[in-house]
Design a protein around this ligand. Structure first.
Ligand SMILES: NC(=O)c1ccc[n+]([C@@H]2O[C@H](COP(=O)([O-])OP(=O)(O)OC[C@H]3O[C@@H](n4cnc5c(N)ncnc54)[C@H](OP(=O)(O)O)[C@@H]3O)[C@@H](O)[C@H]2O)c1
Length: 267
């Protein structure tokens, strides 16, 4: 990841219409404010209409433009309606697949919880895939588009107890890498953000994270800005890259280290 500020290219987002899912909270909300600050028009999507309206109103109060589209992204029909409604009102230049759900539970405690695997896939994989497929013809007709997926550094660190969550994130990472090979000539590009730990409502219930260093939503939003402005294949943190390299070189050693961390409940 380049270390220079993406804000040097801030003009790139001016006037861009960016559909941001999960914009009612945490990283998505901070991203909406960040892109609006650079002259983009965030199209805000999440289930909670009141929270979305608050984000929209704050952006408008600061002189920006934003639109709110409440939607349950796990409902296929609602997503199809959302796409039709948004496109009837304006073009979409970029999509940030940020809405998500995390589940931290060991496999031994997941024996009768197949729904954990289904609901992480529903919001973290199937919803973004439906949005991408729905917007693809529009992006193509529009001369291009950019998709940013908010994945997790955990895909690189292979953190124990997150099998359901990380598998759903990895599925979208892989989908996008293959999709990009098909859409290149249509100028439709994909960036995966391997997001580190961020202090948001999502990690609130996990006590172990209270004593771990975590980025602020605003710092996380800067990683998303980098993805939107520079369009790299991925945005990574050094620790994630190191963990991925370590696993590639010595997978059994990495597994042993992670197993110790799992048994001692240190991660
Ligand atoms: N926080 C971290 O440490 C961390 C680390 C790596 C990756 N991430 C990823 O970053 C993304 C944002 O997470 P966050 O930390 O900002 O969490 P958050 O504050 O809990 O926000 C999650 C967002 O997803 C939306 N959402 C959830 N289910 C939805 C549904 N069915 N339909 C529409 N919207 C839905 C929520 O809105 P409503 O409830 O209003 O629907 C909310 O806006 C997620 O994909 C997460 O996996 C987070």
């Amino acid at each position: 990841m380049s270390r220079s500020s993406p804000l040097a290219d801030r003009h790139i987002l001016n006037g861009q219409r960016i559909l941001i899912t999960g914009a009612s909270s945490g990283i998505g909300r901070a991203t909406a404010f960040a892109v609006a600050g650079l002259g983009a028009v965030p199209l805000l999507v999440a289930r909670r209409a009141d929270e979305l309206a608050q984000v929209r109103d704050q952006i408008v109060a600061r002189g920006g433009e934003a639109h709110s589209y409440p939607c349950d992204l796990t409902d296929a029909e609602s997503v199809d309606t959302l796409i039709k409604r948004v496109l009837a009102e304006q073009p979409v230049d970029m999509l940030v697949n940020n809405a998500g759900r995390s589940i931290r539970r060991s496999l031994y405690r997941s024996q009768d919880r197949h729904h954990d695997f289904e609901r992480t896939m529903a919001i973290n994989y199937f919803a973004p895939v439906r949005l991408i497929l729905g917007l693809l013809p529009h992006f193509r007709a529009n001369g291009g588009g950019h998709v940013v997926n908010i994945s997790s550094m955990g895909v690189q660190t292979r953190t124990p107890r997150f099998a359901a969550y990380l598998a759903s994130k990895a599925a979208l990472d892989e989908f996008s890498q293959v999709a990009a090979t098909e859409t290149l000539r249509d100028r439709i590009t994909f960036t995966t953000v391997h997001m580190p730990l961020v202090r948001t409502p999502m990690i609130g219930p996990t006590r172990i994270y209270d004593r771990m260093p975590a980025a602020t939503p605003e710092q996380a939003a800067r990683l998303v800005l980098r993805a939107l402005i520079r369009r790299p294949k991925s945005v990574d943190r050094p620790f994630g890259l190191l963990a991925a390299a370590g696993y590639a070189v010595a997978p059994k050693l990495a597994e042993r280290v992670l197993n110790i961390a799992y048994r001692t409940k240190s991660i």
